[in-house]
Design a protein around this ligand. Structure first.
Ligand code: FES
Length: 159
């Protein structure tokens, strides 16, 4: 009866296969460690849109108007008392609300929430009012919004 050494020695293809699997495992492990190390060297930067940005010139907004800025997801109101900005993001699940000039309020097309002219939720599933953002004037003519700074519904920017 042959001993185990003679079995291994007599089966070189099996030995070669096991050596190949061992080398591949070693290099796969090494590659994983190398990839993890390289990933660690890259900074974790989160690219987000700016929170303070220019909406346009004061003259771009006609007197007594409501302007929907789709890309910025907000409404800019120019009233005799001044400018103010209200977010168009519905507080239910984030659809863009629409200004309903006939009713003087906002309607959400997704699930039917309704808001009054100040963005106060008055119907449907929306749990909170729409957000109001701070507006400022840069250079006397450029209207800027800060979407990190919320203001009350009494806010008006005179320009
Ligand atoms: S997202 Fe506006 S009511 Fe649901």
């Amino acid at each position: 009866m042959p001993d185990s050494d003679s079995i291994h020695a007599s089966n070189p293809s099996r030995r070669r296969f096991l050596e190949t699997v061992g080398k591949m495992s070693f290099f796969a492990g090494f590659a994983g460690i190398f990839a993890s190390t390289m990933r660690f060297l890259l900074p974790n930067v989160l690219y987000e849109p700016p929170t303070i940005f220019t909406l346009g010139r004061v003259d771009d907004f006609p007197p007594d108007s409501v302007t929907f800025l789709e890309d910025d997801r907000l409404f800019v109101f120019r009233r005799p008392e001044g400018f103010y900005a209200i977010s168009s993001v519905c507080t239910h699940l984030g659809c863009n609300v629409r200004w309903n000039g006939d009713r003087g309020g906002f309607d959400c097309p997704c699930h039917g929430s309704t808001f009054d002219q100040n963005g106060q939720n008055i119907g449907g599933p929306a749990p909170r009012p729409l957000k109001w953002y701070e507006l400022t004037l840069a250079g006397g003519q450029q209207l800027k919004v800060n979407t990190l700074k919320r203001v009350s519904k009494d806010f008006r920017l005179s320009a």
